[in-house]
Design a protein around this ligand. Structure first.
Ligand SMILES: [Zn+2]
Length: 344
């Protein structure tokens, strides 16, 4: 059988006027003088049947063939034809129309929030890397400037950081610490999904007499990375869109969405549950490192005292409260940190 139509080669917008040859279950299309596209008919993927629109075939090698006639029916294998008949059956169409909103509802409000949590473990490292790097780029450009702390202080912080990484057996390649001055963030520390941790000059200055507290804060931030909290947040925020992508089979769209979520990562707050997880990570590692779990309680208490002394101050130092305001339920956390029992 011969069918006339247009052939679109892979990654090329030129269309060739061709005659496709369908014989012995094979599809062969000669085009552009001596080039040919061929494959088994069962291996072509066909576009959805829409009345009045030709059903186009995509070959595994990427070429697309669009028959001229909208009435052309592809001689495909029995079960695939069964599917086509199913779609033509009006009763079926009607019930599908009625069922679709229900399906969308269930997907959107029941399945996706669960899927958002599950999907986190399947986001490829390269995507996490891109998400993190893009966020870091945006943040660095807009809100961070080089640290103004004396080089010796910076070295001391880096020494605490590297010591913690080595002893907790975390990859020194994955985890990077950046020390920055930042008016925007005040006294703060945060982590990006790919393992970049940022601590500001103001927070270091606030805790300068208490290196154990700084270690506790850094481990808490690492806990957010290890718990993949940013990715979980992004996945939850985009749950609806992700559901739609599932429905339309656009998995690449989901990944693109996550990559573009840099601003969201910085804007959103971790849930209480995530904070607890990061706290527990820090507490467990602190005891592993031979430090006391009270270090973390001390860090929090120290921050709290500083915030209280600063309360009536009108100085710009009042800003340094940021780390606490982004980390809620302080009292409960201090108690938890104090009473934490290493359970191994
Ligand atoms: Zn936190």
């Amino acid at each position: 059988m011969r069918v006339s139509g247009l052939l679109y080669p892979f990654s090329n917008s030129t269309a060739y006027e061709v005659e496709a040859l369908l014989e012995n279950g094979q599809l062969v299309i000669h085009y552009d003088q001596n080039r040919a596209a061929r494959c088994a008919l069962d291996n072509v993927s066909l576009s959805t049947q829409i009345p009045g629109v030709p059903v186009q075939a995509t070959l595994p090698s990427g070429e697309r063939f669009v028959p001229h006639s909208p009435d052309f029916i592809w001689p495909i294998s029995a079960h695939r034809q069964g599917m086509a008949k199913f779609e033509r059956h009006y009763g079926m169409i009607l019930s599908a129309l009625l069922l679709t909103p229900l399906l969308v509802y269930v997907l959107l409000f029941k399945v996706t929030p669960m899927a958002a949590v599950l999907i986190v473990d399947y986001v490829p490292d390269s995507i996490v890397e891109t998400m993190g790097e893009q966020s870091m780029y945006v943040v660095e450009e807009n809100f961070l400037s080089p640290s103004a702390l004396p080089p010796q202080t910076q070295q001391e912080i880096h020494a605490i950081w590297e010591d913690a990484l080595v002893k907790v057996a975390l990859s020194q390649e994955q985890y990077q610490l950046g020390i920055y001055a930042s008016e925007h963030f005040g006294a703060n520390a945060f982590a990006l999904p790919h393992g970049q941790v940022v601590i500001t000059d103001d927070l270091i200055s606030a805790l300068k007499d208490n290196p154990d507290a700084i270690r506790a804060v850094l481990l808490h931030e690492i806990g957010h990375v290890e718990g993949k909290h940013s990715i979980r947040l992004a996945a939850q925020a985009f749950a609806g869109t992700i559901a739609m992508s599932f429905i339309f089979g656009d998995m690449e769209g989901i990944l693109e969405l996550l990559i573009g979520s840099g601003n969201l990562i910085m804007g959103a707050q971790f849930s209480q549950k995530m904070e607890w997880e990061a706290d527990n990570f820090a507490l467990e590692r602190l005891t592993q490192l031979g430090h006391s779990n009270t270090d973390f309680a001390d860090a929090l208490k120290h921050l709290k005292t500083l915030s209280e002394t600063d309360k009536d101050s009108t100085s710009e130092r009042a800003q340094w409260l940021e780390y606490l305001s982004t980390h809620p339920s302080l009292e409960a956390r201090i108690q938890h940190a104090q009473s934490y029992q290493h359970n191994q």
